[in-house]
Design a binder for this molecule. Sequence first.
Ligand code: AMP
Length: 118
Amino acid sequence: MCIFCKIVNREIPSNLVKEDENFLAFHDINPKAPVHVLVIPKAHYDSFNDTPGDVIGKMGIFMQEVAKEIGIDQSGYRIISNIGDDGAQEVKHLHFHILGGTHLKWGHLADADPKDFL
Ligand code: AMP
C-alpha cells in the first residue's frame, strides 16, 4: 500500500487541514512555502494521467474550498501536480500541491540551460 493510502487509512498520521467523503488535505512534511498543503483523493490513482475527469473536477472544487479555509484565496497561491519521471513525482498517488503564504518565485525549473530550449 502506498504512503498516501496509509494516510487515508490512518495507518500513518498527517497534519489534517480538511476532509470530505472523497478527499483529504494535509500539510506537507517538507514545506516549500509558508503554506504547503497536499490534496489527495481517498481512492488510489497513480497520477493525474490515470484519474477520471469527474474526480479531477470534484478535486478542483475541494481545493477551492481548502484555499478559502486556510485564508489564501484572496492573496493568491499556486497549484502543482508532479506527474511521472520528468515531472519529478515521488509519491505515486495523485496529489496536488497548494503553495502560498508569500509571493512565490516563478523561475527556471529544468536542469538544462534555458538557452538550450530556444
Ligand atoms: P511529489 O514529488 O509531487 O510526489 O511530492 C510528494 C510530496 O509528499 C513531497 O512534497 C513530500 O514532502 C510529501 N510527503 C511525503 N510523505 C509525506 C507525509 N507522510 N506527510 C506529508 N507529506 C508527505
